[in-house]
Design a protein around this ligand. Structure first.
Ligand SMILES: [Fe+2]
Ligand SMILES: [Fe+2]
Length: 441
């Protein structure tokens, strides 16, 4: 296969330079002055602004605490001494970030008794489902890394930590908070700390990119698959990370909007994948969203899917509005186009409550028709809600078949396994796919 070289910027990174930058970049979380912040918090910010800020800051506080806890297996698994040295500096950084956030929560907001545990306890109610799932997964992978120190597990762990959590979720959010604080001219101590954190995170992400680019260079296909799987596996909860239960207007009191945050995250993820060296075909396999549209449009689509109840925890009612269903099938089209079946193949979706539609692979292109085909190669019949729960891995298709809520006819090999039009199974779904195959699904 053809491989793309890591970007020049990634190639220019060296572990010893990153270490030296850490030595030069010391700052003191315990000495940041929060005097003006206390005044601003009480007197300048409105209750709505405080609520929005606290929600956003709590995601970061807990994130910092989680990443500080999960890094030690990385230190042990790193193949190069220079990587070990850098990772120990990163561990110190993450603890410093947690100390900083805890100080702010206690000394400015007045939460907890000053101990980290009490600060975390007092703010855990703000966490989203996507946040909890993201860090549950990160902790799982870190745990696996304790016993499996292979380069593949290490690459998976670095993808989750440095590319997804730091590079896709944390950094765009931090930049957004910085922009708000500068514009509103409030919380100078917090802004000072956040700027220092951003410089630390820049180093951490650079380390992750360099490490992955080196591993990828040695084995573009094997490591590429690991990175793609890790991003695909994270997709369902990663998209819901910053999606508040109160709806997407949560940050409006701060003059911020989630559309912008989601666009920035899509932009960041794409640039990280490019920087590591993934080819365009590999990048397409990692995302179920069409990479040819603008990042703004990608961000809007993800938010629309969340609001429609198609992505995320699955608690929101699933929308049957035509514009939402159309968007869902645009995503399906992108997924199938990335794993094209042979010419003439017809994949029929008979959604009983929103009408039938099918995809036809014809002359190297994928056609979409909103009707029933007379002779589909494979067809799936169910309700929209059950279909979305299957795609989101919340419902077991075998159970649905037994309950007579799902019917599958025709060539089932197009739905699961290596030749699935939905892409080869990711590691996270492999166990479930095995179950499906036993039942001859
Ligand atoms: Fe951090
Ligand atoms: Fe970090």
């Amino acid at each position: 296969m053809s491989t793309a070289a890591a970007s020049q910027a990634t190639q220019n990174i060296s572990y010893s330079d990153l270490y030296a930058r850490w030595e030069r970049g010391h700052w003191l979380a315990t000495e940041i002055d929060f005097t003006q912040d206390r005044i601003d918090w009480q007197e300048k910010l409105t209750p709505e602004e405080r609520k929005a800020a606290l929600w956003f800051f709590a995601l970061f506080f807990h994130g910092e605490d989680e990443v500080a806890d999960d890094l030690s297996p990385y230190v042990e698994a790193a193949p190069l001494e220079e990587q070990t040295y850098f990772l120990t500096t990163q561990q110190v950084d993450e603890s410093r970030h947690s100390v900083f956030f805890n100080r702010f929560m206690h000394e400015v907001v007045g939460l907890g008794d000053g101990s980290a545990g009490s600060g975390l306890d007092a703010t855990k109610g703000y966490l989203t489902w996507g946040h909890k799932e993201t860090f549950r997964n990160l902790a799982n992978v870190a745990q696996q890394l304790r016993t499996d120190k292979s380069k593949y597990k290490f690459a998976e762990a670095i993808t989750n930590y440095h590319i997804v959590v730091e590079g896709t979720l944390a950094q765009p959010g931090q930049h957004m908070i910085e922009a708000w604080l500068e514009r509103a001219d409030v919380l100078p101590g917090f802004l000072d700390g956040l700027r220092n954190i951003a410089i630390d995170e820049q180093r951490h992400i650079a380390f992750g990119m360099k490490t992955l680019a080196d591993l990828y260079q040695e084995d573009p296909e094997g490591i590429g698959d690991v990175i793609i799987d890790a991003i695909r596996d994270a997709g369902s909860y990663l998209t819901a990370f910053a999606f508040p239960e109160e709806g997407k207007e949560m940050l409006a009191p701060l003059g911020l909007n989630l559309e912008e945050l989601y666009a920035d995250s899509m932009r960041a993820l794409t640039s990280r994948m490019r920087g590591v060296g993934l080819t365009e075909a590999q990048r397409r396999r990692a995302l179920t969203i069409n990479p040819d549209i603008s990042f703004e449009e990608q961000g809007r689509m993800v938010l629309q899917m969340l609001e429609a109840g198609y992505l995320g925890e699955g608690r929101l009612p699933k929308s049957t509005r035509p514009e939402d269903v159309t968007l869902l099938f645009e995503m399906m089209r992108n997924l199938i186009a990335g794993n094209p079946p042979k010419d003439g193949t017809v994949v029929q979706f008979d959604l009983t409550d929103v009408g039938p539609r099918y995809f036809l692979q014809s002359g190297g292109a994928l056609e979409y028709h909103q009707t029933r085909h007379p002779a589909p190669t494979v067809s799936i019949k169910t309700t929209l809600a059950d279909f979305i729960d299957i795609v989101g891995e919340r419902a077991n298709p075998v159970k649905l078949i037994l309950q007579r809520r799902l019917w599958v006819a025709g060539d089932r090999s197009l739905l699961t396994g290596k030749h699935s039009v939905f892409g080869p199974p990711t590691k996270a779904s492999a166990r479930k796919v095995g179950l499906l195959e036993r039942f001859g699904f």
